[in-house]
Ligand binder design. Structure first.
Ligand SMILES: Nc1ncnc2c1ncn2[C@@H]1O[C@H](COP(=O)(O)OP(=O)(O)OP(=O)(O)O)[C@@H](O)[C@H]1O
Ligand code: SF4
Ligand SMILES: [Mg+2]
Length: 377
């Protein structure tokens, strides 16, 4: 990421000049009593300070194994996840493959219906809204996919791919859509003439730029970036991250940035959440989490980041064993089968995500009220 001063735009959401802009909406609509939305993690932020507030969100998929002679089983993909994001922030969500990151993102963009929990966006309880009302907010929350090739229709020209959401949502008169497509291509660093090409005529980095342009088409306020650079070369990763950073400033966007490891989110996030087997284990402002990781799982993830600074050399923590199945997660702490710091209680009682220091949340029996390890109950 290129260095830039971010201090001035924190906490602000630029007003987008759009006919579909949420700022024009009547916020007195049914919102499930959102007039005093507390931060789900208990930080007691005033409502205007929170754009997205997820409370106790869970998703259980039904895995149909009937062809193999066994019964239907339940996949506990996301269990009781709560966090909140302020306007203009980037929240980095990390965890190993299969821990439920994409499922969280899909629930936010209405691709997957949560089994339990609430999603407050700008104070409105999205899951309590009628489908027509929810549709309005769907425009505000868009998704950038992990695989830029699979997410673009190979039979459509790029101009049509970017125009499609605007035409479907009747956002602009047809005549203006072409100009808007050109504008979006410019925003993401592509030339206008490229609108007539097909996705296979682009490189991976360019295809991700097309995906970003499509996500921006409806002038969203919030974007779920689901591992947007993991399929790209390292040099191209930096370009796409810089582009996302520029667009965030330009359009006052707020991001949920999903990644596998803590190394990528370090450069883009304001807050970081660490997930393991469907649960949030730690949430903290970026510097707090990287300087003072409390959960043994976060410590293990951090120790895997290579560093060139001799003074900061960390001892690598190698986690033994595999991640347990989300079909039958272990009782007690879900990390207990691999944790190097476990105590007998860990196998019996599931730790709660508690605020152990200002804005620093951790789910671990061995982390005390002041965020000090070793204070076992
Ligand atoms: N439609 C589905 N039906 C059944 N199980 C599913 C479905 N979608 C996801 N899962 C399961 O839910 C769990 C979480 O999946 P998810 O895609 O959210 O993980 P992830 O953290 O995004 O993984 P990755 O980093 O590999 O993308 C996995 O065990 C996955 O197999
Ligand atoms: S609760 Fe126990 S098993 Fe879980 S992370 Fe903390 S010490 Fe490890
Ligand atoms: Mg995923």
């Amino acid at each position: 990421m290129k260095p830039r001063s971010k201090g001035s735009d924190k906490g602000q959401t630029a007003q987008l000049s759009t006919s579909a802009g949420a700022c024009d909406r009547d916020t007195s609509q049914a919102d499930g009593g959102a007039s005093d939305v507390p931060d789900s993690l208990g930080s007691k932020l005033p409502r205007s300070d929170v754009l997205l507030d997820i409370r106790h969100l869970s998703k259980t998929y039904v895995a149909d194994n009937s062809r193999f002679g066994s019964k239907r089983s339940l996949v506990h993909a996301v269990s009781n996840v709560s966090f909140s994001i302020r306007p203009g922030e980037t929240f980095g969500l990390v965890g190993e493959s299969g821990c439920g990151k994409t499922t969280v993102g899909k629930m936010l963009v209405n691709l997957v219906r949560p089994t339990a929990g609430e999603i407050f966006f700008d104070g409105h309880n999205l899951l309590a809204l009628k489908p027509a009302e929810r549709k309005t907010y769907c425009r505000d929350i868009q998704l950038i996919f992990q695989d830029p090739y699979a997410s673009l229709n190979p039979r459509m020209r790029v101009g049509d791919i970017i125009a499609e959401p605007m035409l479907t949502n009747k956002m602009l008169p047809k005549k203006q859509v072409e100009a808007r497509v050109n504008e979006l291509l410019e925003h993401v660093g592509l030339a206008n003439y490229m609108r007539n090409r097909y996705p296979h005529e682009f490189s991976g980095g360019q295809r991700q730029r097309i995906g970003i342009a499509r996500a921006l088409a409806l002038r969203p306020r919030f974007i779920v970036c689901d591992e947007p650079v993991s399929a790209l070369d390292v040099s191209i990763q930096a370009q796409v991250l810089n582009l996302l950073d520029d667009l965030k400033e330009q359009f006052g966007l707020t991001y949920l940035f999903i990644a596998h490891g803590l190394n990528v989110v370090k450069h883009v996030s304001d807050q970081v959440g660490v997930m393991y087997l469907g649960k949030l284990f730690e949430v903290a402002p970026k510097h707090e989490l990287y300087d003072r990781p409390l959960s043994p799982y976060t410590q293990a993830l951090l120790s895997a980041i290579p560093t060139v600074e001799r003074t900061k050399k960390r001892q690598r923590i190698i986690l033994e064993g595999d991640v347990p199945s989300p079909i039958d997660p272990p009782p007690g702490c879900r990390f207990s089968s691999r944790c190097f710091a476990k105590v007998p209680l860990c196998d019996e009682v599931e730790p709660e995500l508690l605020e152990v220091a200002p804005r620093h949340f951790c789910a671990c029996h061995c982390v005390g009220a002041r965020g000090v390890r070793g204070e076992t109950p």
